[in-house]
Design a protein around this ligand. Structure first.
Ligand code: GTP
Length: 593
């Protein structure tokens, strides 16, 4: 294939700025999908993606435009999936920066643009949604010029919804983004930038050939994994998968090599020829590291093996989450799972419940602490119940983040208040324009994990955006707060908190649980304790027996309904010691503010 006619481009955009809608328009203009087959957000294939309107896994598609071939690589917009963004950037020569013309550029988008600039990628900027009355393209084109140095008059103005300006955007892609370079005669080097598991075909990897040729039936070596496989099928997505004989330098497509586990064909892996291997792997292989942990337990104890099967299957598709079996005194057998972030955690849980029909209880999210035991041994702990007692340790360290927040300047005060309340230390404050501010803080990950993002959104009416980078561990004054029900500690409710917040946490948790735990046949004391010392207490009083009592006579259907409801409720109950706790208590208990 004539390299000079090839363009590899990715779209960088904040959630809801219209990336999927733009991809749909581009697909239409390039005649890639029949108008009849066209459905909204064609590239978002997972149900959950469609429902939540977010892109989780990236997809690439090969398009014909004028006499050029454009490989369009879709990327996820959420901060948890930043690793996938950096992978897809490595497969491109340029990016389309898509910004909502009524909102301006957001923190994560800016971070991704800097990443693109570091990779020397060409940026074609476009302001989207110019059809909206609230659009202010002049203002935001000026902002893009100030923060990224892209001249305002080079910023395109489009509406992905109506299609206005989209052909001009494609023209700009062809004209401004350079063609790939590569050596056909060199040994094969191809970058895997995404893999997913297909139940019929095994692992399907998206690849970008850098040098050499990736041919069907060739024996290929996965350089980091150290394994050899046969390339059963090599092809391109148009967007329907179409087999080809081979992919040459600069080309993007997919590879199926009879692999059963995506962990073996991870993003960032280099594929080379088994007979004529490249001397070195391509740059940029990095294991995604889980940052947030929680325990997942089946509501019904006998669903444990189903949960294990489900986790195994799901991991085939998502190598970035981890799980190891654990046992909880309160919840029985389950797994401690690690995720890239909170959204990732929610998505995995939802997929488990939905795709595998499981009812699960998730414990409070935790981060990985480093505990220095008396005597100097350092242990890593991602489950609060494993924390040694205060007498057995010399110190504890927790992971910190550098966060960048972009917000309209009217909210600067409330954002600063939020960050300070979460133990953040301000590092920088800069005005991007009179209307917008960039704030930088160093802040413990544990504080961000809880409800930071929700609070940031509600305090700024959804206008602030957040980006984060881990910056290592720092020593902190932390204590473990235990919650006791009827005298028994409930390990699932144990929590590691900063000592300044410990009393507050214990008190709020007791109050909350008092509301959430239904009355039992007997009084249930709820206590919070630090290392054996009780710091708060509440009591759930014994209940009156007949739930229908208050419906004195009359309407039988109403009475039946209530009994039905109670029966359904029972299913979602977990017995702890002698106490029944509804699943909602576990979920709601995390939402302390
Ligand atoms: P993620 O996949 O979550 O990253 O979101 P996205 O960036 O792909 O956004 P999506 O395409 O789903 O668009 C978000 C919302 O904006 C949808 O309701 C679209 O209909 C709407 N939208 C997208 N482009 C335009 C536009 O040009 N004009 C108007 N008025 N609405 C648009």
């Amino acid at each position: 294939m004539d390299l000079s006619r090839l363009r590899n481009v990715s779209i960088i955009a904040h959630i809801d700025h219209g990336k999927s809608t733009l991809a749909d328009r581009i697909l239409e203009i390039c005649g890639a999908v029949d108008a009849r087959e066209m459905r909204e957000q064609y590239l978002d294939s997972m149900d959950l993606e469609r429902e939540r309107g977010i892109t989780i896994k990236l997809q690439s598609v090969r398009l014909d435009y004028r006499d050029h071939v454009i490989n369009l690589i879709d990327t996820p917009g959420h901060v948890d999936f930043g690793y996938e963004v950096s992978r897809s950037l490595a497969a491109c020569e340029g990016v389309i920066l898509l910004v909502d013309a009524s909102q301006g550029i957001e923190a994560q988008t800016l971070a991704n643009c800097f990443l693109a600039l570091e990779h020397d990628l060409e940026i074609v900027a476009a302001l989207n949604k110019i059809d909206l009355p609230a659009a202010d393209p002049d203002l935001y084109a000026g902002e893009i010029e100030r923060v990224l140095g892209i001249p305002a008059d080079e910023v395109l103005r489009i509406s992905a919804k109506t299609g206005d300006g989209v052909p001009e955007l494609l023209d700009a892609v062809v004209e401004r983004i350079p063609a790939p370079v590569g050596d056909l005669d060199a040994p094969l080097q191809a970058l895997i930038f995404d893999s997913h598991f297909d139940q019929y075909r095994g692992v399907v990897s998206s690849v970008r050939v850098v040098n050499g040729e990736l041919a069907t039936d060739a024996k290929v070596r996965f350089m980091q994994a150290g394994t050899v496989h046969e390339a059963n099928e090599v092809g391109v997505r148009r967007p329907e998968p179409t087999a080809v004989k081979s992919l040459g330098p600069g080309e993007v497509g997919y590879l199926i090599a009879g692999i059963k586990d995506v962990g073996e064909a991870r993003s960032g892996e280099t594929v080379t020829s088994a007979s004529k291997p490249a001397p070195s792997a391509l740059e940029g292989y990095q294991e995604p590291k889980p940052m947030v942990f929680c325990g997942l337990y089946p509501v019904e104890g006998d669903e444990f093996s189903d949960l294990r099967d489900a986790l195994e299957k799901l991991r085939l598709n998502d190598a970035s989450f981890t799980y190891v079996p654990e046992t909880s005194g309160a919840l029985g057998f389950g797994f401690r799972c690690g995720f890239l972030g909170l959204l990732h955690m929610e998505i995995v849980r939802e997929r488990l419940e939905r795709e595998f029909d499981l009812s699960l209880i998730a414990t409070a999210p935790s981060v990985e602490y480093r505990v220095i035991r008396t005597g100097g041994e350092v242990v890593e702990i991602d489950n609060p119940s494993e924390m040694p007692s205060p007498g057995e340790m010399e110190g504890i360290e927790e992971p910190y983040l550098k966060i960048t927040i972009l917000t309209p300047s009217t909210y600067t005060g409330t954002v600063m208040e939020l960050c300070q309340g979460k133990r953040g230390v301000m590092k920088n404050l800069e005005y991007l324009s009179p209307e917008r501010v960039e704030l930088q803080y160093e802040i413990p990950l544990a504080e961000v994990v809880m409800d930071f993002f929700d609070q940031l959104k509600s305090r700024t009416q959804g206008y602030a955006s957040l980006d984060y980078d881990p910056i290592g561990y720092q020593a902190s004054q932390l204590s473990k707060v235990d919650i006791l029900l009827h005298g028994d500690p409930v390990d699932a409710f144990s929590m590691i908190v900063h000592k300044d917040f410990a009393y507050d946490y214990g008190r709020k948790m007791c109050e909350k649980l008092k509301e959430l735990i239904p009355r039992q046949q007997f009084d249930v004391p709820i206590q919070a304790a630090i290392g054996g010392k009780i710091i708060a207490r509440q009591t759930v009083k014994a209940f009156r027996k007949d739930v229908t009592e208050k419906l004195y006579g009359g309407d039988i259907t109403r009475k039946n309904k209530l009994l039905q409801k109670q029966k359904a409720g029972k299913k979602r109950m977990k017995s702890i010691g002698r106490v029944d706790i509804p699943q909602e208590a576990f979920i709601s208990a995390l939402k302390l503010d």
